[in-house]
Design a protein. Structure first.
Lengths: 331, 370
């Protein structure tokens, strides 16, 4: 098991390094010149001034040297020149071209909002989706089943942003059923934290639960047809125990895989959710950084964060899998 | 002796029904409504089994042998099946019984062993835990007591180092060991009836005999009745006291094992015997398969269900085989041997036409068993 985790950690590390190189190369080989906006911000931008700023920012070094500088920043403090000089403490992800602040600090400041949305939303869609799926599978072919499958189809055929926007407009603005949305740090005021995130949680929870309901239903229907379910019934096991301890225990395994990856995607930023509900998290930040003039250090940071999260989620899924399914358990 | 019931016998004669019959199945029909129509899986089946006796149910796939025995445990989804007739286990009616009544019977009075022990055991729970679960459902004992019982049972069915193997998962066991574990799980509550649904079909031939020996040995210890479902007449010859041959969802022949195998009276049984290979004979020996396919259970053939495949239809006067379903009646060999066939003199045909071409003479095979 330890060897397996070590091997996976090495390959995960490689994936992250390659992703950062790819983003780096893409940006620097592309048409965008980060020196331009910096130059224009200081008044009339002459060719000589532009040249000088490019030199200061290190943009004239080759891409490999620049990447080396960037990577070094994880371990030692750097001095970065963007118009004027800035100190960037390790681990340094650079200085934002837009706000001229340390990207690492911004990340730490914005991340709790995204994390809060993701954890609450995922908790709702997982419990709701799996419960509905189990119910639909258990009462397969009945009206309950058809109602569940039908409504899940309706919900999942509405585009997410429309659903979120309508929920926000009607439920908070128009009818004031839910408190105004927004982010208050949990440590500051837990009640305000929960109140501001309630609607985003429910919107993510309800919309994503429909696909989990269908995954679970399919997986359960298949599992409930297995021979070992018949064996359990033939032993005299109560039908509820058969469904949960024998059926769901086996049916949940593929769902864990999907959940791990979905959850990682949520953690990497929920652009629509953050925009619509006015929550300043990673998703919003990433979207902002893409607007001209592009804020390269922020783009790189947000991409790296999602790469790291996806890789970690995969690793966790694999480890959890080996606990769930003894047949893949490593010795 | 296991006794069988015919329609006549249930109607009047006292010949068949004894007080000590543990399982009594009367006029059992199992139907499954499907989009294509009504699947008549079992039709008007009657039999009974006494304590300590073994009944062999023989037939090819789709003959209704598994379906009928699953009905004994009430394992058919009542929403997806129509079951009529009567199944009494120790005097308790199973058909239409409540879930809680069924649970008291399942795994406790009647236990079942399935064909493929790999798929029949839960892949994510250890062998010991699955056996302990079966024990704790019907006995109010602690987890550690149930575990001790599981180790004891594994030891009894011949799993070496049961103490350490008890925590193994099914995939860590070999096929034969899995079936032994399955048997341990079935016998953990000392059931009065054990239904073994093709217990050796998924196993290596060398392991098959071990499993059958184990079943016989345990039957001797536990004094339980056994229903062994198989398509292998060799298994029946070794295990069963009585044989019930099923075809197209109906009983077509039944009688004491030795009697039925040495003097079969129904052409389908002859066909089964002719399909048995003889491993000791030369390679030029011929296997005679039964021509055609099992009948459709959606649109069963009129008359005798076996008539489209029966080579002896022309020996029956008129067109009786195609027009009239023969009743299950005693032939000329006494009241215990019943057959569902119009042939007026099946014994002569068997002796003259069928027996000489058999690869294995059942008379010798049964004698060999002693």
């Amino acid at each position: 098991m330890a060897g397996f985790i070590a091997r996976r950690l090495v390959s995960s590390f490689l994936v992250i390094v390659l992703t950062s190189m790819f983003v780096f190369a893409l940006f620097f080989l592309g048409p965008s010149n980060p020196a331009g906006p910096v130059c224009e911000a200081q008044g009339k931008c002459t060719a000589e001034r532009l040249e000088m700023i490019e030199e200061q920012m290190g943009l004239n070094d080759n891409v490999v040297t620049q990447y080396g500088e960037f990577a070094k920043g994880f371990f030692v403090d750097r001095t970065i020149t963007v118009g004027s000089e800035y100190q960037c403490e390790a681990p340094c992800l650079g200085i934002s071209y837009g706000t001229r602040t340390e990207v690492t600090d911004e990340l730490v400041k914005k991340y709790p909002a995204t994390l809060s949305i993701a954890v609450g939303g995922a908790a709702i869609y997982l419990t709701l989706g799996v419960t509905l799926g189990v119910l639909a599978a258990r009462f397969r072919g009945t009206t309950t089943d058809r109602l569940l499958v039908g409504s899940s189809l309706v919900v999942s055929s509405i585009p997410y942003y429309l659903f979120a926007l309508l929920a926000w407009i009607f439920l908070t603005l128009q009818w004031s059923i839910f408190p105004a949305t927004g982010y208050t740090p949990l440590t500051e005021n837990p009640a305000a934290w929960a109140a501001g995130l309630l609607l985003p949680w429910l919107v993510i929870g309800v919309t994503s639960s429909t696909q989990y309901a269908r995954f679970t239903r399919g997986s359960m229907v298949e599992t409930l047809g297995e021979d070992y379910i018949r064996t359990a019934t033939a032993k005299g096991v109560k039908s509820r125990t058969v469904v949960f301890r024998h059926g769901l225990r086996a049916a949940i395994v593929p769902i864990v895989t999907i959940f791990g990856l979905d959850f990682a995607a949520l953690l990497a930023g929920t652009i629509f959710t953050e925009q619509i509900f006015g929550i300043n998290g990673i998703g919003w930040w990433a979207l902002d950084s893409l607007r001209a003039p592009q804020d390269f250090p922020v783009i790189l940071a947000t991409v790296l964060v999602s790469a790291v999260l996806v890789v970690i989620a995969n690793l966790i899924v694999d480890i959890v899998y080996s606990f769930l399914d003894p047949r893949v358990r490593m010795s | 002796m296991t006794s069988f019931l015919t329609d006549q016998q249930t109607a009047g004669a006292s010949d068949g029904t004894g007080q000590d019959d543990f399982l009594v199945v009367e006029n059992l029909s199992v139907q499954f409504p499907t989009h294509d129509g009504l699947v008549q899986a079992v039709n008007d089946l009657s039999y009974s089994v006494k304590m300590g006796e073994t009944l062999g149910i023989v037939g090819e796939s789709g003959s209704g042998k598994s379906v009928s025995s699953m009905a004994v445990l009430g394992l058919h989804d009542e929403k997806r099946s129509r079951i009529t007739g009567s199944i009494r286990v120790g005097g308790r009616e199973i058909i239409g019984a409540s879930e809680s009544t069924l649970r008291k019977v399942r795994g406790n009075e009647v236990a079942m062993i399935f064909q493929d022990p790999l798929t029949a055991l839960h892949p994510f729970y250890s062998i010991g835990r699955q056996i302990a679960e079966a024990y704790r459902i019907h006995n109010d004992v602690s987890k550690s007591a149930a575990r001790a019982k599981a180790i004891d049972m594994l030891d009894r069915v011949g799993i070496p180092q049961a103490k350490s193997r008890v925590d193994d998962f099914p995939h860590q066991f070999s096929g034969g060991m899995r079936q032994r574990a399955m048997i341990a799980m079935a016998l953990v509550n000392d059931p009065k009836l054990l239904i073994a649904d093709e217990p050796t079909t998924a196993l290596d031939v060398t392991v098959q005999a071990q499993i059958l020996d184990l079943l016989q040995e345990l039957q001797h210890d536990f004094k339980s009745a056994i229903i062994i479902i198989t398509h292998d007449l060799g298994v029946v010859a070794e295990m069963a006291d009585e044989v019930l041959v099923m075809y197209g969802g109906r009983a077509v022949e039944k009688g004491p094992t030795r009697e039925l195998l040495t003097h079969p009276e129904m052409p389908y049984t002859w066909g089964l015997l002719s399909s048995m290979p003889d491993v000791s004979a030369g390679t030029d020996g011929k296997l005679v398969p039964i021509p055609g396919n099992p009948p459709s259970l959606l649109n069963p053939p009129s008359g005798c269900p076996f008539n489209p495949r029966c080579p002896h239809v022309d020996k029956v006067p008129g067109d009786l085989c195609r027009t009239e379903l023969p009743e299950l009646l005693p032939g000329r060999r006494g009241p215990n041997h019943l057959k569902r066939c119009h042939l007026p003199d099946p014994d002569t045909i068997y002796e003259l036409d069928v027996r000489p071409v058999l690869a294995v003479d059942p008379a010798e095979a049964v004698d060999g068993e002693g």
